[in-house]
Design a protein around this ligand. Structure first.
Ligand code: HAM
Length: 431
């Protein structure tokens, strides 16, 4: 055997047994977001670097330390997307969204950030996100939160905590920044070196520092909610009222600012305890983004969910993925004639929508049964000359070790009943 290739830190291979869960999570997102009028958008995984620098903010960790940036063949600076929102705004503006029109889109795909890998923190990770663009109303913020919670409900995620805050508008920023700077200026010796730098460059980012010592100082920082203009306070109050209206429990975290600079007004995170330090399953909020090359600021609201983290949370909660991943039956052939007949039977059953595997190398019965078990086939369909002559087949339930003979004509109905029974069992397990 050759030497193992050195793995890329923070990037994973995902094989069929796991992909089954990913597909289910993606399918549910498509179904739930569709209920709210969202359509899927697919944009390139790379964008011109300026698209991210400008919107996410030059002083954010993402832009300063985490982007995978490279020069392409034409000497352009390109970056692998660290998040979805900026590229989608670029795509919408490039394609001319009319001002004042509302546009609802969602996306599913890989994102790239050069962070230190840890449980729930990867360099290539995957997000499911949604953006509602073109209108400014706290009601839209809250409807997207309601959609996010509906999705979590659909995939069995519970015991989450919704944290909300407001960042106010651009006009509110100088006052907030000055107040924060005065406070942190009084604690210069207690904050990390990065934060001392942030005090000059972008004081908001101190609130987001992961350093424990800084965290203690941040706890005593002035609450942003106390520094908002009357207008912004009213916007936030309406958002909270709508959360109450839709019976969505939440906590106001007056120091929540999130790691990206494009936010204004409502911001939120969904926390889940029990999956380690990276406990934010999703984050989002309202934003104003200016796309380079266009004199247009796009207003929108949305969120992104970390797929790796919701998978960790589902496992922590013991949520079973619906049965029916893998195959429905494995065909076992005893003898040359049964083998040929089974090739046709496999074709016919697949045509009818069953997922079938069979041995095509003429191996012995024992080896075939071993493979059936290895593939976790719920059913083995066994045929030799005897069964072939009588137009019958043996159906062996591999988990219950029961077997019965059915006619070839009855086989599809019988197989369907085994599929239905498995789905019913899985649905029960998820309740
Ligand atoms: P974000 O908070 O940077 O927001 O990321 C959203 C979610 O992506 C996080 O809550 C987390 O679950 C997941 N995530 C982030 N970084 C990693 C990582 N290195 N490894 C694994 N999972 C990760 C955004 O990206 C915004 N674009 C969300 C948004 C959309 N705001 C408005 N619209």
């Amino acid at each position: 055997m050759g030497k193992k290739t050195e793995p890329i830190p923070g990037a994973s291979d995902i094989f069929p047994a796991e992909v089954a869960e990913w597909l289910l999570l993606e399918a549910e997102a498509r179904r739930v977001f569709g209920l709210y009028g969202y359509g899927e958008v697919r944009t390139p995984v790379m964008e011109r670097t300026a698209v991210f620098e400008r919107s996410i903010g030059e002083q954010t960790d993402v832009v300063q330390k985490e982007m995978y940036t490279f020069e392409d063949r034409g000497g352009r600076s390109l970056t692998l997307r660290p998040e979805g929102t900026a590229g989608i705004m670029r795509a919408l503006v490039d394609n001319g969204i009319p001002q004042g029109d509302e546009k609802r889109v969602y996306y599913i795909g890989p994102m790239f950030r050069g962070e230190r890998p840890a449980a729930g923190r990867k360099r290539q990770f995957h997000q499911i996100g949604a953006e509602c663009v073109g209108t400014v109303a706290p009601e839209t913020d809250i409807e997207t939160i309601e959609m996010l919670m509906r999705y979590f409900d659909a995939i069995g995620i519970r015991n989450t905590r919704l944290l909300v805050n407001s960042r106010g508008t651009v006009a509110d920023r100088p006052k907030i920044a000055d107040t924060l700077a005065a406070y942190f200026g009084d604690h210069l010796d207690d904050i990390c070196e990065d934060c001392r730098r942030r005090l000059e460059s972008n004081v908001w980012r101190i609130l987001d520092c992961k350093n424990e010592a800084c965290g203690n100082i941040v706890t005593g920082a002035p609450a942003i909610t106390d520094l908002l203009s009357a207008e912004s306070r009213d916007f936030f109050q309406r958002a909270c009222d709508r959360l109450d209206l839709l019976e969505l429990p939440y906590t106001v975290d007056p120091r929540l600012v999130r790691g990206l600079d494009y936010y204004e007004h409502t911001v939120y995170e969904i926390a889940f305890d029990g999956i380690g330090a990276q406990n934010s399953l999703a984050g989002g909020g309202r934003y104003a983004i200016e796309v380079p090359g266009h004199n247009q600021v796009v207003h929108g609201t949305g969120f992104a969910i970390g797929m790796e983290r919701i998978i960790l949370a589902r496992h922590e909660l013991g949520v079973a993925t619906a049965a029916g991943n893998g195959i429905d039956a494995y065909l076992v052939s005893i003898g040359e004639e049964a083998f040929a007949a089974n090739m046709k039977l496999a074709r016919d059953l697949r045509r009818q929508g069953f997922r079938i595997a069979m041995d095509l190398q003429g191996r012995g019965t024992k080896a075939q049964m071993r493979t059936a078990n290895k593939l976790e086939a719920p059913v083995a369909l066994i045929r030799g000359d005897d069964e072939l002559g009588r137009d019958m087949i043996v159906c062996k339930n591999l988990s219950a070790s029961e077997q019965l003979e059915v006619t070839i004509a009855d086989l599809p109905a019988h197989l369907q009943s085994t599929v239905d029974a498995r789905f019913a069992g899985a649905a029960h397990a998820e309740e």
